[in-house]
Each structure stands twice: as C-alpha cells, then as structure tokens.
Ligand binder design. Structure first.
Ligand SMILES: Cc1cc2nc3c(=O)[nH]c(=O)nc-3n(C[C@H](O)[C@H](O)[C@H](O)COP(=O)(O)OP(=O)(O)OC[C@H]3O[C@@H](n4cnc5c(N)ncnc54)[C@H](O)[C@@H]3O)c2cc1C
Ligand code: FES
Length: 318
C-alpha cells in the first residue's frame, strides 16, 4: 500500500453545509474515527458471483478496522484520467485474518458502465486507488425486528448490517456493540434469477431471506416492495425498515413504511465525485424542521437518511 495518506483533521461528516465550510477542512476535528485513508491497494480476488455481478477483495487494514455497515469507499483506477472520478462502493463485508482481525474489504459491484466495466477486467495483484471509510453508515440502535429491503445491486450493504445486528460480526474501532436486533428479515428483489447474489452467507448468519423476481424465475413474482407488509406482519415485533435500491423503489418503500407507521432509513446512491463533502455533486433534498427543505450532501450527511425526510423526485417539493 504505497503512497498512503490520512486526511488528518478532515471531518467528512461535518454538519455545516455552506460551500466555504465544505472546502475548508476543520483541523480541530481530527478524531481517529473520522479520518479518511487514501492510497493504493492490491486486489486479492475479483470473482463473478451472478450475472454481471462481481465480488472484489482488497487488503487495507486502516479502512477495514474502522468501516461500519452502510459506509462506503471511493474506488478509482490509478494512473488514469478516463474516467477522471472515482465511484462509490458500499462495504459488503470485511476480509479477516486467521485471528479474526479485519485486514481488508470486500465490495460487490454490478457492471453497468465505465468504471465497473473496467473493474471486471481486473485480476489479483492489480492495484486500485481507494479512499475511505466514508459516509454516516447505518446506526446500530437496538430494534426487535430489522427488515432490510433491497432492489437489485442495492443488496450490497445488507450482509454486514444483518451480521452485526444478529451479533455474528462486529465492525468499527472501537467495535460497535452487537447484537442489536432479535430478528432480521431480508426482502430482496431482482428482475430475474440470474442476477440474484448467492444468499448462503445471509442464511448461515440467521437472516430470514425473502426473494422476488419480476419475471417469477425465483421467489415470488412481482416487485420487492410487495414482500414488505407480509414480512412486517409475521411477528408482532416493533420493526425498523432499512432500504437500498433504485430511487422509485426506495420512495415506494418509504410510502409503505409511512402507512404502517414504521421508521425507515434509506441508503441513497447519488453520483459522487469526491465522496468527501467538497464538490456538492451528490446533493439531495431533505426536509427541515421549518417545514421546508434544504440540500444535504449524500456522501457526508448520508448516504443513510430518514426516508420520511427525503423529498423524492416523484413528489412536489415542499
Ligand atoms: C453510497 C453509494 C454506494 C454504492 N454502492 C454500490 C455497490 O455496492 N455496488 C455497485 O455496483 N454500485 C454501487 N454504487 C453505484 C456506483 O457508485 C456507480 O455509480 C456504479 O457502479 C456505476 O459506475 P460506472 O462507472 O460503471 O457507470 P457509469 O459509466 O457512471 O454509468 C453508466 C450508466 O449506468 C447508469 N448507472 C449508474 N449507476 C447505476 C446503478 N447503480 N444501477 C444501474 N445503472 C446505473 C448511469 O445512469 C449511466 O447511464 C454506490 C453508489 C453510492 C453513492
Ligand atoms: S460533496 Fe463531493 S461527492 Fe458529495
């Protein structure tokens, strides 16, 4: 891992959203948990796990020790200006050594465009430019029943989250306390079965898996949002819904949660250029206490937001 740096004192979760504050790192805020590591990493493996879907592992103890479920890293192709910007990829899981120590990061990506197309050609030993951990991540607040809802490649944050919630794995330094849920359900929808990721790790963890495909090739035929109500009703336990996927699917999930009176967190996949709170390319409209809304940076104040506070593109801005 040559040429590595920490962005000393750069608190990428700062709450001040003015452009001048965003471009002026706070030197006082150098708390270890918020430091962003930046450097070159070596790919350990890059294997196809489903149609157009790959799992990539790299060694990087400084990120692995601190990253928590729902956080992400930015990945860039080193020595290349095309494409110029990195891409955000969520933590899928950690690579652990024989003693169980976190030494690397696992990512899962779907080939949809430039960077993911090039990533799919990479082999063990090739290098990537990486910076992270980034974003707020999911809270580890205790809840009896955690219902995770994923559309397509939006499933990537949920293995780590489910493992932590059920106390099978710990993340972060200091390690976040776990378990924090009694039951974890996973509603996972794809357009067709060929895209479904292997689910044995989810099931071995004790996560209850419910599948839908739009063409009915596996699981229930239809949209993943149709799975939510029956899963919530299964137990009488108080629930929290967490969701990641295409925005119309997250907006629909938020509507269902609102109707059922349930808290709902969403992980927003906005295009990001810096991932550090500097460029404002990732802003999203979030309601404030005055009844209006304001822009928030998905990379710094998010990517996890209260779904009921988001002004979705499908609704009138308020
Ligand atoms: C916080 C965060 C976490 C993310 N985690 C993951 C992850 O774990 N795995 C992952 O694969 N991606 C993830 N993404 C999306 C990722 O950052 C890239 O946008 C995506 O991989 C496409 O990059 P690309 O260069 O291959 O495509 P581009 O060349 O940038 O885009 C090509 C085309 O694909 C479309 N496109 C872009 N993103 C998507 C998408 N997600 N699904 C379908 N079409 C798309 C674009 O609209 C465009 O038309 C995440 C994004 C955010 C903000
Ligand atoms: S401010 Fe640059 S990606 Fe969010």
């Amino acid at each position: 891992m040559g040429n590595e740096t920490f962005s000393e004192g750069f608190d990428h979760r700062q709450k001040d959203r003015s452009p001048s504050a965003g471009t002026c790192p706070s030197l006082e805020a150098a708390r270890d948990a918020n430091r962003v590591w930046h450097g070159a990493v070596e790919i350990l493996s890059n294997e196809r796990i489903a149609l157009q879907t790959y799992r990539l592992q790299f060694l990087c103890p400084p990120i692995a020790r601190r990253i928590t479920p729902g956080q992400f890293v930015m990945v860039r192709l080193p020595g290349s200006v095309d494409p110029l910007f990195g891409r955000a990829l969520a933590l899928y899981d950690l690579v652990r050594d024989q003693a169980g120590l976190a030494v690397g990061v696992q990512l899962v990506y779907r080939v949809v465009g430039r960077v993911t197309g090039i990533l799919a050609q990479k082999a063990p030993g090739d290098r990537l430019e990486v910076w992270g951990p980034l974003g707020n991540g999911f809270p580890a607040d205790p809840v009896p029943h955690l219902v995770m809802v994923a559309g397509g490649i939006g499933f990537t944050p949920f293995l780590a989250l489910g493992q932590e919630a059920l106390g099978r794995r710990q993340y972060g330094t200091p390690a976040r306390s776990a378990p924090w849920a009694e039951k974890v359900s996973f509603c996972y929808g794809e357009s067709t079965a060929a895209f479904l990721a292997p689910l044995d790790e989810f099931q071995q963890t004790g996560i209850e898996v419910h599948i839908s495909t739009e063409d009915g090739s596996r699981g229930r035929q239809g949209l993943v949002t149709e799975l939510i109500e029956p899963v919530v009703a299964q137990t009488g336990l108080p629930c929290r819904i967490v969701c990641c996927g295409p925005e119309p699917m997250m907006a629909a999930t938020a509507q269902i949660a609102r109707r059922l009176g349930l808290p709902c967190l969403v992980s927003l996949e906005r295009p990001m250029a810096c991932g550090l709170g500097v460029c404002f390319s990732c802003v999203v409209r979030v309601r404030d206490e005055s009844g209006g809304w304001d822009y928030r940076r998905a990379c710094a104040e998010g990517p996890i937001f209260d779904a009921h506070q988001i002004v979705w593109d499908t609704e009138e801005s308020g």
